[in-house]
Design a protein around this ligand. Structure first.
Ligand code: PHE
Length: 492
């Protein structure tokens, strides 16, 4: 007889864990910037439509799969259809790869938290940019030149994995208590940052940039793809995370209410974070006497170059706000990071019945080792390249396959009946239409669109062999998933 399944201590523990998984580094730099880039306030329209037509329906589906089958993704999918186990493994190996580079970005945050006390990043814009690119990362100039390991990054990586281990090792019940802090603390810090940001001179210019609607963009398919892509990444869909988290709930938990709460909390937080980011950018632009677009950079540069520059300019308490900002990133990121590790651990435990006490340190140790290439002088490039392949192709493929297996093989009405039997808010046949037609079409279209772009241009400004490496990685992960699904399990 297998041991009784682990359980969340309460329903709110589960919701906080799912919210914590959803709210991550992506919310602070990715959402505000993508909004600004895709029509400002007008982008909220495709974003909300993506949330309603794909995000929430797929989240309901993943909650239902995990909760009904009481198993991690591979076993849950096998119980749905004996030939579908590999899809679950594919999600699991993808999320493992995601965890290895996500932890590297966290490692940079660990270093910056330390630097923030002395503002070690320097004073002028050139100094700050040089500090990130050369002093911390020691960028080699090409993904092919690994150079040596950057020791501070390696130390940060070790600290991050240690934190992940400490959060997970006591099991799901304790995790359910930790998540109150890893969600509560960043919310508190965000409120402070928004108030600080809005009271800075020039803030309004930043907000104008963030939110002034440009409705003409709604005609561009790229904007719609950006909205759907952002929704999938931000809600942590198609990565196994939500399935494994829901599998620790009792079978009769309310599914639709949980899905509405998690997705609204996540998207509300992203929108709110935009106020903190863009008010500060408005201030930076005004202080430097330039326009907001000139300081509004995307992605990692925003957190590690632009933001420190703004912090330096603060008239008072720069050290405090610097430390708060990086503490914000760390507390936001840590619950996303461990939500990427739990599906891997849970899947191995569920299939082979090994003791979690040993599986967790093995996965953590392996994750740390696999992260070491990202601590080299070429690490930055590889974070960028692997992220593109995992999140663009892997994630869309898994989402698409989940819709097909549930919608067609298992039967959407059957799942809907189960969902309605446990939920207060009942869903109608519209859900079947979304899962069987709308979401797969969107995912299929974006997959093909991205593939065509890739074939035409390769990815980024890197040598072409990096594109082959990315494609190769996805193929290897697919093969590994097949092999894992063929291995005999230890659990019925
Ligand atoms: N949603 C997280 C973010 O926005 C990232 C994430 C993806 C976390 C997949 C878990 C699984 O940063």
């Amino acid at each position: 007889m297998a041991e009784a399944r682990e359980r969340w201590g309460s329903r709110s523990s589960f919701v906080f864990a799912a919210v914590g998984a959803a709210i991550g580094l992506g919310n602070v730099w990715r959402f505000p910037y993508i909004t600004y880039q895709n029509g400002g306030g007008a982008f909220l329209i495709p974003y909300l439509i993506a949330l309603i037509t794909a995000g929430i329906p797929l989240m309901i589906l993943e909650y239902a799969v995990g909760q009904k089958m009481q198993s991690s993704p591979p076993t849950a999918l096998r119980k749905i259809w004996s030939k579908a186990e590999w899809i679950g493994w594919f999600a699991v190996v993808l999320v493992f790869v995601l965890a290895t580079y996500y932890a590297t970005i966290m490692a940079w945050c660990v270093n910056y938290l330390y630097y923030s006390f002395t503002q070690a990043w320097g004073t002028t814009g050139a100094e700050i940019s040089n500090f990130f690119n050369q002093t911390l990362l020691g960028k080699s100039g090409s993904p092919g030149i690994l150079g040596g390991i950057q020791l501070p990054v390696l130390i940060g990586l070790a600290i991050t994995w240690l934190l992940i281990y400490l959060c997970l090792f006591k099991g799901v019940k304790t995790l359910g208590k930790i998540v109150y802090f890893t969600v509560g603390i960043p919310w508190l810090i965000l409120i402070i940052m928004v108030i600080r940001g809005l009271t800075l001179p020039g803030a309004i210019n930043g907000l104008n940039f963030y939110l002034t609607p440009d409705f003409s963009v709604l005609l561009s398919p790229k904007v719609w793809l950006a909205a759907y892509g952002q929704i999938f990444f931000t809600l942590s869909l198609a990565m196994g995370t939500l399935i494994v988290y829901a599998s620790y709930l009792p079978k009769n938990s309310d599914i639709t209410a949980n899905a509405f709460m998690t997705s609204l909390a996540n998207c509300g937080t992203a929108f709110f974070a935009g106020f903190a980011v863009f008010s500060t950018l408005g201030y930076l632009a005004q202080s430097m006497g330039v326009g907001v677009p000139e300081v509004a950079t995307s992605g990692l540069g925003l957190a590690f170059v632009t933001y420190p520059a703004a912090i330096n300019l603060l008239p008072v308490a720069g050290v405090l706000f610097g430390a708060l900002f990086f503490l914000l990133l760390l507390t936001l990121g840590i619950d996303s990071a461990f939500s990427q590790v739990e599906p891997v651990v849970g899947s191995i435990v569920d299939k082979w019945g090994f003791n979690k006490k040993w599986v967790l340190p093995a996965v953590v140790g392996f994750g740390f080792l696999m992260g070491i290439p990202y601590t080299t002088r070429a690490g930055f490039y590889w974070v960028d390249i692997i992220d593109h392949f995992v999140c663009t192709y892997g994630l869309t493929l898994v989402g698409l396959l989940e819709c097909i297996v549930i919608g067609y093989v298992f039967g959407a009405p059957k799942v809907r009946k189960y969902i309605n039997s446990v939920s207060d808010v009942r869903i109608g046949p519209w859900w079947d239409v979304l899962i069987k037609i709308v979401t797969p079409i969107v995912l299929g279209a974006s997959f093909i669109f991205e593939l065509i772009t890739l074939i035409r241009k390769g990815y980024g400004n890197y040598p072409i062999w990096t594109t082959f490496t990315g494609i190769g990685l996805i193929i290897v992960l697919l093969i590994v998933s097949f092999i894992l699904s063929k291995k005999k399990g230890g659990n019925p």
